[in-house]
Design a protein around this ligand. Sequence first.
Ligand code: FAD
Ligand code: DHB
Length: 392
Amino acid sequence: MQTSVAIIGAGPAGLLLGHILHQAGVPFVILERQSREYVLGRIRAGVLEQGSVDIVTELGLDANLRARGLEHGGIYLQYEGERRHIDFRELVGRTVTVYGQQALVTDMLAEHERIGSTIVFEAADAAPHGFDGGDPVVVYTHEGVVHELHCEFIVGADGYHGVCRPSIPAAQLHVLERGYPFGWLGILADVPPSTDDLIYALHPDGFAMHSMRSLQVSRLYLQVDPDESIDDWSDARIWEALQTRLGVPGWTLTEGAITEKSITPMRSFVTSTLASGRLFLVGDAGHIVPPTGAKGLNSAIADVALLGRAILEHRAGDDAPLAGYSDRALSRQWKVQHFSQWMTEMLHVHREVPDASARAFRYRSQVGQLEYVTESVAARQSLAEQYAGLPF
Ligand code: FAD
Ligand code: DHB
């Protein structure tokens, strides 16, 4: 098979790039290791920056997003029983939209199916070759038959556990990363949200967050230790912890049936390059952030917007944007890495620190930080600017 752009991975990054290429009439094929049902069933991120919404809109993929997305003009930061609003509209004139990654993936896949895109699900053992020369090819197996997909460019949209990043010669790529002594226990519950805007709370027991997926479905998170088992968290224990950590006087957290629960570890990770010859990495294949601040999905969308534009400019005869893709995307990504790390450190409790005085010192300085961020216009504005999304 022959195409122009071979995209490995049908997550949000791969599907979105397909739509950008389709709109410009550039042929592409998407190879996905998992089944269609698996891809549609993955529950992950929920907050779209305004720039992400704009791209989805420009591509005409926004009908359901407009109908069901929940626009938010701010967030709440909570500490020591105080809940303070950060008003993005007033501070930076921008908003974010709560719309589940799962819903976005469903919309993009439906549109691909309508326009007749080639997406090969259950494509096994995909391997990129020849991207350092003039004949890039992806070899993969489908229904027991080995195929070769020849192309001009290969795009690794295959997430953190994908095959593209490890295919780049070790001498060209190094990785910078850090772990955190925290995990997130996330639930979906069939209950209307008890809040108008998302709540991020620091509590002596650990971080808690109240988000949502719709006017009927709430999404909530609790900081847990990274090696904890979900089996140790009964529904009753989860609600009790949420009530304790999110509670403020005069406010009620309404409980409902938990329909999904899981624990996710947290890490920060960035590769030194997102390009090797004619192979380009986008999204989680090239970088991971801890989830506090909701930047994972939005970073994937920003990469794809930059790379999509660069591929189109290459076809129009200008190679400079493609040559500069990795540097531009990583320059933005390092700012996003800093923001995600900053939000994470401000809001999580270092329960693993053995010395009680050192632990208390850290906690008290986090409260000081939250007081500063909520009291200072300059600090609120900086948070709002980054949360609503840096330009790309
Ligand atoms: P992915 O969504 O990982 O998609 C990669 C695709 O490539 C997958 O479909 C995979 O099956 C496919 N693939 C992998 N290897 C191969 C291969 N060898 N051949 C073919 N296909 C392959 N972000 C937030 O902002 N907020 C959150 O609350 C949040 N929660 C998360 C919870 C979990 C459990 C995880 C794992 C991530 C979460 N994220 C969150 C991060 C966010 O979901 C990701 O940043 C986003 O999915 C990145 O999109 P992507 O397309 O780059 O990668
Ligand atoms: C959600 C996830 C986040 O990481 C975040 O900062 C805000 C919201 C969510 O899943 O809704």
